[in-house]
Design a protein around this ligand. Structure first.
Ligand SMILES: Cc1cc2nc3c(=O)[nH]c(=O)nc-3n(C[C@H](O)[C@H](O)[C@H](O)COP(=O)(O)O)c2cc1C
Length: 168
């Protein structure tokens, strides 16, 4: 699908069919993450792949009332890894690196015919325990992924004129 068309057709998906996501598609999403631009090319992110009902249940328990997370067959937990960044204030850069990694994973999933949802409503420390995150890796986003079992409505957006400010 053409990229701009994909942007307009993508929605956050929160209901999934139970079937697993084929490893080939998981690999393509991880390869897509690999391509992202990062500050100084320090690639200050880490990604944990989570599968299976028990672990997904544990992920859901680390969120704020997002029980539906447990129904997803797969999730990525994208973490900042500030130690990789050699700029001053590395956390600032790592947040941006992990954010674009999450964005591209979300878009790659859509382009592969998968639904996904970026979940930020969790307790980072709890999530880090579930995934056994290494020291210094701080969860930024939980991305549930699977075959959609809903057709979400388009959410409203501001008109371009409402957020664009021409600098004279
Ligand atoms: C940084 C970020 C955090 C988000 N956190 C959550 C969340 O915790 N729970 C949730 O259900 N959706 C979450 N979302 C998804 C948004 O609710 C969703 O993108 C927004 O409502 C627009 O809907 P759409 O993605 O279908 O266009 C998050 C999205 C972003 C970018």
């Amino acid at each position: 699908m053409e990229f701009l068309q994909l942007l307009h057709q993508r929605h956050s998906v929160r209901r999934y069919q139970p079937q697993p996501v084929p490893q080939e598609l998981v690999s393509q999403i991880l390869e897509a993450i690999r391509t992202v631009p990062t500050a100084g090319n320090f690639q200050a992110y880490q990604v944990y792949v989570v599968r299976g009902p028990e672990r997904m249940q544990q992920l859901a328990a680390a969120t704020f009332d997002h029980g539906w997370v447990a129904q997803a067959p797969l999730a990525l937990v994208i973490c900042t890894d500030a130690a990789r960044c050699q700029y001053d204030g590395p956390e600032h850069w790592a947040l941006q690196d992990a954010s674009i990694a999450t964005t591209i994973a979300h878009m790659a999933a859509a382009s592969l015919g998968l639904g996904s949802c970026w979940v930020g409503a969790f307790v980072p420390q709890k999530l880090a325990e579930v995934i056994h995150a290494a020291e210094g890796y701080i969860p930024l986003a939980l991305l549930t992924i699977g075959y959609a079992d809903e057709q979400p409505q388009s959410m409203p957006r501001r008109d371009v004129a409402e957020f664009v400010h021409e600098v004279e």
